[in-house]
Structures are given as structure tokens and as C-alpha cells.
Design a protein around this ligand. Sequence first.
Ligand SMILES: [Zn+2]
Ligand SMILES: [Zn+2]
Length: 276
Amino acid sequence: MRVVTLASSSSGNATLVCAGETAVLVDAGLSARILTARLRQAGMETEKLAGIVLTHEHTDHSCGAAALARQCNVPLYGDRRTLDAVTRSSIARMPDGGTEDARPLVLEPRPAGTSWQIGALRVTSFPVPHDAVAPCGYLLGTDAWQACIVTDCGEITETIFTHLRQAQVIILEANHDREQLLRGPYSPSLKKRILSPTGHLANDQTAEALWNLLDDAPRWVWLAHLSRTNNTPSLARDAVVTRLGARRLRSARLDVLPPGFGLAWDSAELLAGGRR
Ligand SMILES: [Zn+2]
Ligand SMILES: [Zn+2]
């Protein structure tokens, strides 16, 4: 199994997850042109993509989804309400309001809280608290390995925790430093929205979740979806390292995802060279 992040920030998110011959993209928050280039950078031709799985409709997760799905002739998966919202906005973005001849979009609605198979990958969705129509996190994997993606989430629920715990690769939001957000340039209403239980995870919430989560099982944690305005990689990392201490991190590897093309995890490397 292989996981590669193609983008992770408040201005664009996409993660490639592959098992055997199956490759899916989780979120498509960049233009189809840039996503195609980043997929190539990850060694993946777009013709090999089996589907695009969406967490929610916000543009930093979905703006390239409809165009890339049409271009690659692959389905969009996600909660029906999310797919409806994404297709409405993608039709609105077409120059003639949607009557232009275009390949039909194939939609595969899957309610939050269900599991299904895409080729070799088992995909499980679960609800997360965020101000979107039907926001989800995802656990994706095989019998041997699992990756869990949780971004855009106001607080960690028991359901989220249960899914995070099953994964060897954890992609978890560390959106903002509370102090930096409060001191920063955002309007009072936007600050309130971000800090609310349906907003985004602050570094200290992420650190607390990891403190509860990490045990002796080897895991690789990627801190994700950092705000460019209200966070820095060192603030996010320091919050986690300070809360967890060396003992809690003894079996885990911790990294902060860059906003652009990011990190890659490959189970074949683990099996060949021991745990990294
Ligand atoms: Zn987002
Ligand atoms: Zn969002």
C-alpha cells in the first residue's frame, strides 16, 4: 500500500492512496491540471485512477474534482449531499451554465458511516463535525495496512478516535495555533467559526488526540491542513512533541505536511527495510 500527499493546507488538499493496482484520490482541492501534474510526480498516470473520494464540498477539497473525474472518466464517491453540492458548483462554473457538451459525471453516493470496496482498497467513511453538508473522514486500506484521513474537523469524537486507532498512517489536521489565530488578521466571525466545534482542529486539540491515541504500535503521523496565516510547521510540531513527550512518541514517527507535494509512505519499504 502507498500513500502520497499531493497538497495539504487551507488552500488545497489531495491525497493519493494506492493498494495493488488500485489508486484513488481522496479530495481534489486543486485544479485538474495541477492535480494531473502532481499525480505524475507521484508516479501515477491519471488513466490508472479508479475514483475520487470526497470528504466535503469546501473548495479547498473539491474544486478540481468534477473536472478531473470527467477527464479520467472515473466516479466521484462521497455522501450524496456532498456530491450534490460539488456538482452544483461545478455546473455553475461552466461557461454556459452546464449545457456545454461534457462527459457525464459518474456519481457513486456512499452515506457517511459506510464501507465499500474500490478494487483492492477497502474504503470506510465516518462523520466528522465540520460546517459542511455531510463532512467525512476516511479509513482506507487492505487486510494488512490502513491509512486514516481526518482534516476539517472541529473536535475529535469517539467515532473519529476509533477509526484513527486502526491506522498505521494517520493524516490528522493541525490547523491553527489558538494564540496566533486570535491575534491574527481574520474577522471576529471567521475566528469564531474556526474555533467552534464544527470548525478546525487547533494544535493543542490535535496534540491531545495523539496523546490519547499513540501507544506501542508503530505509526506515522502526518500533521495536515496547516493554516498559512494562523500556524507554522514548528508551532504545530512543538505543540505535539511538548504534549506527548519522548515516551509517547517512542513508536511513532511525526512529520508536518508541506502545503504542496508532500510525503510518501510505502508499505513495501517497511517490509524491505524495517520500520522508518
Ligand atoms: Zn479544508
Ligand atoms: Zn472545510
